[in-house]
Design a protein around this ligand. Structure first.
Ligand SMILES: *Cc1c(COP(=O)(O)O)cnc(C)c1O
Length: 369
């Protein structure tokens, strides 16, 4: 508990020292390319403005977001930050009220921007090299690139970009995308070229070009879904609550919806006030563990909207008020977002993003020591 805060049901703590350390590590891995910090979805649930400021201080030179709304929100806290909006603008958004860089991924998108833009806009041409999602084909990219290189209007050629489909898992396909990007950039007018995400920055030296766009690794999460420590990364997010009550179930008594857990013999259980509305996926019921008293304890009952129940055992070694670590470390044990992702058959990205919208219920603390 940080002094001065009102008591919270649950707390997400974001350690900016970890963000800074990861940023410096990625900056070194990318050198001499620039490091651009990806802070879309409110910084993968960590808080975009605080993370963005820490990333700048540690050597990042641009912040990347998905939407214009995210860019506007960031500019309120970081008015001087160079920004790139990576997803296509929604039709009608092109009349930009701020000086900003945007990715353009289609000829139609470019045409709309050209007729609407009045303030200077840096345009990053997004080419599809195999993602099969946003991005124009090579010929379109070359045509628009040439037009922009000669442009005297508010639009300025600011970059050529693409995005990998499976840089964390498929070296052959990544090499094919890289080859297409190299060929395209050789014919393209000179400008900053960027294609690498976290996995490519850490694992594909040839993919670094002039800048890399790193998200997940900057938060200390593994782009490969394994242990972030293997790559020297430090997780920044801790998710914690506290024991609200302990109670003893008699033989044959159950706890929670659906009576998922029935005591075969008398046992102690602990209740903690965090549930699926706080970002603890219900599908981890019976599977997930929490750290209490420096030990792993299984969450045995069905996870409710607002609370979860963990097994203590025959003897009660837990007291109300004891910290319950959902994600983070306690004594020598650690529970990582990657562990949740495996249980939920998803990726750590989704896990941390889903903790984000609970801010009115879960206290967010930024440690900036
Ligand atoms: C989200 C995103 C990134 C960052 O990817 P990570 O795997 O989190 O490093 C880079 N580029 C684009 C276009 C993105 O949408």
């Amino acid at each position: 508990m940080v002094a001065g805060l009102r008591p919270a049901r649950a707390t997400v703590t974001v350690d900016l020292a970890a963000i800074a350390a990861n940023t410096r590590l990625l900056r070194e891995a990318a050198r001499p390319a620039e490091l651009w910090a990806v802070v879309k979805a409110d910084g993968y649930g960590h808080g975009a403005a605080a993370v963005g400021r820490a990333a700048f201080d540690a050597g990042a030179s641009r912040l990347c977001v998905a939407t214009l709304d995210e860019a506007h929100a960031l500019l309120r806290d970081l008015p001087d930050a160079p920004l790139l909006v990576m997803s296509p603008l929604v039709a009608g958004e092109e009349d930009l009220a701020v000086e900003i860089d945007v990715a353009v991924s289609s000829v139609e998108g470019f045409t709309r921007l050209r007729s609407a833009a009045r303030l200077p806009v840096g345009v990053h041409i997004k080419a599809d090299t195999g993602m099969g999602r946003w991005g124009m084909d090579e010929d379109e990219a070359l045509r628009i690139g040439a037009e922009l290189a000669d442009s005297t209007g508010p639009l300025r050629l600011a970059g050529l970009m693409s995005h990998f489909a499976s840089s964390e898992s498929d070296a052959d396909f990544t090499a094919r995308q890289l080859e297409r990007f190299e060929r395209l950039s050789e014919q393209f007018p000179p400008c900053p070229r960027h294609i690498a995400n976290s996995a490519a920055t850490l694992g594909v030296p040839g993919a670094r070009f002039d800048a890399v766009r790193c998200g997940i690794a900057m938060y200390g999460l593994s782009p490969y879904g394994g242990d972030p420590a293997e790559h020297g990364l430090t997780p920044a997010l801790r998710f914690e609550t506290a024991v609200a009550q302990v109670k003893r179930l008699g033989q044959g008594e159950s706890t929670g919806y659906g009576r998922r857990f029935v005591a075969e013999r008398p046992v102690w259980i602990g209740l903690a006030p965090a549930g699926y509305a706080d970002g603890v996926p219900r599908m981890m019921s019976g599977e997930m563990e929490v750290l209490v008293g420096g030990r792993r304890r299984r969450v045995v009952a069905t996870i409710s909207m607002d609370q979860l129940t963990f097994l203590i055992g025959d003897a009660c070694d837990v007291r109300p008020g004891d910290p319950v670590v959902l994600i983070g470390e306690q004594a020598d044990e650690a529970i990582r977002a990657e562990e949740w992702a495996r249980l939920c058959e998803t990726i750590n990205y989704e896990i941390v993003c889903d903790i984000a919208p609970r801010r009115r219920r879960v206290e967010h603390v930024i440690l900036d020591a």
